[in-house]
Design a protein around this ligand. Sequence first.
Ligand code: 6CS
Ligand code: FE
Length: 301
Amino acid sequence: MKTDDYPSRTGEPARLIPRQDPVVYAPQGAPPPISQADIDQFEQRGFMVLHKLLPEREVAALEQASAQLRKHLQHEHSQETITEPGSHEVRSIFRIHETSPVFKQLARDKRLAGLARYLLNDDVYIHQSRLNYKPGFCGKEFYWHSDFETWHVEDGMPRMRAVSMSITLTDNIAENGPLMLIPGSHRYFAVCEGITPENHHLASLKKQEYGTPTETCLKTLVEQGGLASTVCEKGSVIVFDCNTIHGSNSNMTPFPRSNVFFVYNALSNQVVTPFCAQPPRPEHLCARQNIEPIPMEISQH
Ligand code: 6CS
Ligand code: FE
């Protein structure tokens, strides 16, 4: 009988419980692939921003691949393509590390996968990848949530031993819906109310209403840790713990906020059966079959 150390959406009242997992798994003294100051910030705040990690030329190639994917899939009704609520604009495209050679290579890039291996102190694989477009004028918000709460409850991810990397393909300015995070929120698990509906992902990826913390829990976390908006130029990498609460506002500017997301999960933290009463989510949202450690490549950028 598997134990559930992070029960959520079980009918219990919403509350904050302490995190029961390390944040940085690397052993003491192991030399980090980036500055120790950045690692310390990640440990303390639950995220870090590596400004302009990728050179312009590399970002331009990624942006072109992203635009081609969007153009190709705009009129396809593939399950990997999610449109914005109330419009046919593409909101997200999932599983790009498998469908796009450019993003497959980027996911293996040592600057990203090597950092994930350090933080998680294990071989890693891609649990989920996606392009979030947040188009100009109509890109809608992503309400406050912990990714881990969803990946634990709906995908069966056992422990908090996964990290997200969001690579910015356009400038993330204060006005076009940059990722907002609650510093320090990764140290608490926000138990959510409600019971997971059937096929929840068909709604949640457009507008999430289950698996979101209550306003009381959010107020407590913001009083403790404040709010941080990751304003950064294109080519930056926002690295955030699977349990750091985040969200982003709608984009009513003409400037799209397009980011790539790779979710690196520790090989020892492979998903089991979901912790809710629903069947597992589809493969394009949660890798479950043929899980292999991701090979690491040094990119010739
Ligand atoms: O359900 C998920 O896996 C997705 N939902 C959100 C709001 N963020 C993480 C992930 O893309
Ligand atoms: Fe998220």
